[in-house]
Design a protein around this ligand. Structure first.
Ligand SMILES: [Zn+2]
Length: 87
């Protein structure tokens, strides 16, 4: 496989990382990375990227939303109260 192999690798990279590929596809994947520099390079950066993403704390809420939530909590609004006006 040469043409479009990177597209295939990109498509299954996530599953490969999560060990969710069927065994035969998993070994096809690993075999391919051994002989294809481009895909190996891609998968290495992909792995690093995913690890960095996981290492980050959960993303902060958008500031506006956070303020809204804080205001709502301060007012004691609960579910069932009037919906917040959308700006
Ligand atoms: Zn390849």
């Amino acid at each position: 496989m040469s043409d479009g192999c990177l597209r295939w690798v990109m498509a299954v990279a996530c599953d490969r990382l999560a060990n969710e590929l069927p065994p035969e596809e998993c070994s096809r994947f690993d075999d391919h990375l051994c002989c294809c520099d481009i895909c190996r390079g891609f998968f290495q950066s992909y792995t690093v990227m995913v690890q960095m993403t996981r290492a980050l704390p959960a993303g902060p809420l958008p500031e506006r939303l956070r303020d809204r939530v804080r205001e709502a909590m301060a007012r004691g609004d609960g579910p069932g109260s009037a919906p917040p006006d959308v700006v």
